[in-house]
Design a binder for this molecule. Structure first.
Ligand SMILES: [Zn+2]
Length: 218
């Protein structure tokens, strides 16, 4: 009888097409599950307000963004925000600002990427062919398309069949699958390169990825 209501609850949610998604608080990184239909939430750990709205950008956009929802930058979109923080993102258009995502970023753009990308999980998709001017930072990276960049990855970089990575790579590990290519300098170990850039890069977990002042303008 104790388990009854929760099972019923789950079933009724399934029936109504409601989905659950996992989000992470911008302030304290506390994880929680929310309904995909919810527009906002409060962090049960620190009480921060969390915006959950998705944003589709199909033109010039320069305002500051902080949502745990998805940013979809279409091929016609141009994102120039100095701060674009999100829960997930799909990048097809021009990224000139700073994108910080504590979930998955799907990169399928073309040409030069002038903006910054910092993601928990970065997936370079098959049709992607980019040259990133700024350092690309991620917790983990999967490469199925072409990318030229300086990469800082806290765990593993995986280059799959058809994937091509060119540049300097700082990572815990790298694996190049059959049909994948890597060309450049490789630094395996702690992704903590000594560099002149005042990089907000690999921030200790406690501080969170999204502290004010972490976002440098291009
Ligand atoms: Zn919190």
């Amino acid at each position: 009888m104790v388990r009854g209501p929760s099972i019923f609850d789950k079933l009724s949610k399934l029936v109504s097409g409601e989905k659950i998604r996992k989000i992470r608080c911008f302030s304290c990184e506390h994880k929680q599950e929310v309904s995909s239909a919810a527009q906002s939430s409060l962090c049960p750990s620190c009480g921060s307000y969390i915006d959950l709205r998705d944003l589709k950008i199909s033109g010039p956009f320069g305002r500051s963004i902080q949502t745990q929802g998805e940013i979809y930058l279409t091929s016609k979109g141009e994102l120039t925000s100095a701060k674009a923080a999100c829960g997930s993102a799909i990048i097809e258009g021009k990224l000139r600002g700073s994108l910080v995502c504590n979930g998955k970023v799907l990169l399928r753009a073309h040409g030069k990427v002038m903006g910054g990308i910092e993601a928990y999980e970065l997936v370079v998709e098959k049709k992607c062919d980019v040259e990133c001017v700024r350092v690309v930072k991620a917790h983990s990276m999967e490469i199925n398309g072409k990318i030229s960049a300086r990469v800082e990855c806290q765990t593993a970089v995986v280059i799959n069949k058809g994937g091509f990575l060119e540049g300097s790579v700082y990572a815990r590990s790298i694996s190049v699958e059959k049909g994948g290519f890597f060309s450049g300098e490789l630094f395996i170990g702690k992704p903590d390169p000594t560099q002149p850039e005042g990089a907000p890069g690999v921030v200790p977990k406690q501080q969170g990825l999204f502290g004010e002042g972490d976002f440098a303008t291009v």
